[in-house]
Design a protein. Structure first.
Length: 363
């Protein structure tokens, strides 16, 4: 038995990159029912080939050799409360990415990376500052989910949700991200409403997503609701300013009738002012369905000139938004003790706000 040949210009065939046709090549000469057996073992029971108890032992060894894993575990860290597990993986070629498993009372969510590094250059993000290395393959993204699901099972939990919100900009790698969505939906059996794709605001990507058949949730990392501040925090805003982004979000909602959330990393004195709340509420009101705002207090970053809003300011911002009729949740800053914010572990440095300075409210 040999590994299936990659298709022209295609990524190497790893365990969760192989589609059914490629797995059939690996299983050539076996009875036809083997394909379904192996596929169900991989995607429904999250078994490794050597755990496939309904498959002959020699075949298990052959499958292990023909379908290598794409991710090598470097470290796994678990938060003090035991409800956040962070994996640092090494990819073929040496790049490192991370995956976070978050255990809530009512659900278990995996946050996956979609690129090694990121080209978007957001000023507050360690991943962005480290630059872009390469796109992840479908197999590398799917494997993050399956291996986190295996870990969740050891903790007697079942992964219910996947968010494409780790390192990288998912809509800058949308072919691999969409193939992952299809695999998770069609083979793992996850509902589209439990899958969320985030974007920093790539308008053409949002428009392509609106044409895809499955109505996944869209999360937009907004962080600022006027172009002047957003240009600084999220440089892609210069190419796709807020008016265009809001229109693309509105069209997505009309096409999918799905939940849209705005992510808002709250930065002390930068985007937590009364005027920020008002501008954010105004953008929400322009959408055909109300957006849900997730406030993310930034991880503490000792030694840097700007910092996350202190707790009292977070509560004030939240109640301001609520008074303006906006649905809002303050996300607990999961994994502060294990640096679980995007990009921090792989980049080996804290989130940096070096280019930002507190500014007065425009009131
Ligand atoms: S915040 Fe997201 S989009 Fe921006 S640089 Fe970091 S990983 Fe890329």
């Amino acid at each position: 038995m040999s590994s299936p040949a990659p298709r022209a210009n295609a990524a190497p065939v790893t365990r969760y990159h192989a589609d059914r046709e490629q797995l059939a090549e690996v299983l050539a000469g076996q009875p036809r029912y083997r394909l379904d057996q192996v596929w169900a073992g991989l995607y429904q029971r999250f078994e490794t080939p050597d755990e496939l108890s309904n498959v002959p032992k020699a075949l298990r060894a052959d499958l292990t050799a023909a379908l290598p894993e794409a991710l090598q575990l470097v470290t796994e860290q678990i938060s003090d409360r035991g409800d956040t597990v962070k994996f640092l993986w090494e990819l073929h070629g040496g790049s490192r990415i991370e995956t976070v498993l978050m255990l809530y009372p009512d659900r278990a969510t995996v946050c996956v990376s979609t690129q090694a590094g990121c080209a978007m250059g957001c000023g507050f993000c360690a991943t962005g500052q480290a630059g872009f290395t390469r796109q992840l393959t479908t197999g590398e993204i799917v494997e993050q989910v399956i291996r986190a699901a295996r870990r969740a099972r050891e903790l007697e939990r079942r992964v219910s949700n996947v968010v494409f919100m780790g390192m990288g900009e998912p809509l800058a790698n949308d072919a691999a991200v969409w193939a992952t969505v299809e695999r998770l939906h069609g083979d793992v059996g996850m509902s589209a409403r439990h899958l969320t794709i985030s974007t920093v605001g790539l308008v053409p990507g949002i428009r392509r997503l609106a044409e895809r058949p499955l109505p996944v949730n869209l999360a937009v990392s907004l962080h600022a609701a006027n172009d002047r501040l957003r240009d600084e925090l999220v440089p892609i805003n210069k190419r796709y300013p807020l008016a265009e982004l809001t229109e693309a979000c509105a069209d997505y909602l009309r096409a999918k009738n799905r939940r849209l959330s705005f992510e808002w990393a709250l930065i002390d004195g930068v985007n937590d002012r009364p005027s920020d709340a008002r501008e954010l509420a105004a953008i929400s009101r322009r959408l055909p369905l109300p957006a849900h705002v997730n406030i993310i207090p930034l991880n503490p970053t000792p030694g840097w000139p700007t910092r996350g809003t202190p707790r009292a300011g977070v509560e004030e911002f939240r109640s301001r938004l609520e008074d303006l009729g906006v649905n809002v949740t303050v996300r607990r800053n999961r994994g502060t003790d294990i640096d679980a914010a995007c990009g921090q572990l792989a980049a080996g440095q804290p989130v940096v706000l070096s280019t930002l300075r507190a500014r007065p409210d425009t009131d």
